[in-house]
Design a protein. Sequence first.
Length: 167
Amino acid sequence: MGNKHVISLTEWTSRYFHELPGETLYALLKLRCEVFVVEQQCPYGDIDGIDCRDDVLHLIGGSSATELACYARLMGPGTTAYLCNEEAVSIGRVVCNPRVRGVGMGRQLMNQAIASCEDVWPNHAIRLSAQAHLRDFYASFGFVEQGDVFLEDGIPHIAMRRAVGSR
């Protein structure tokens, strides 16, 4: 692990927007900004109105409310962020704190995100918009590419879908 500082993950929580304590909301928005806007040099409107919808869960992995190891936004079938002709759920804003990369946290996050989606919204396919360089990572969870690579906020992405019951 070299000089990586590892945040010890003690719990996973899934909360709706109205259940998020202020310090947790701040921490997840800070992490998303640090990675998606600053690190990836991609200025975009992260505060998009989806976070506070009734069928959106915020999956949080971390050891405290103020320092998160990882995060994903889980969107129910009525809130899917991707254009598709089916009632699918979506996983988005998948992010790991730079200090926990390379220790399997992304894999833990995706396993937890898929399990949460299947528990809360059973019998629905799961969609995501993957950064193109991570397509093999998502494919290892049963996601299959849908269509061609496209630019989302200036970064190459590919739509991916995981069928109900995939492993």
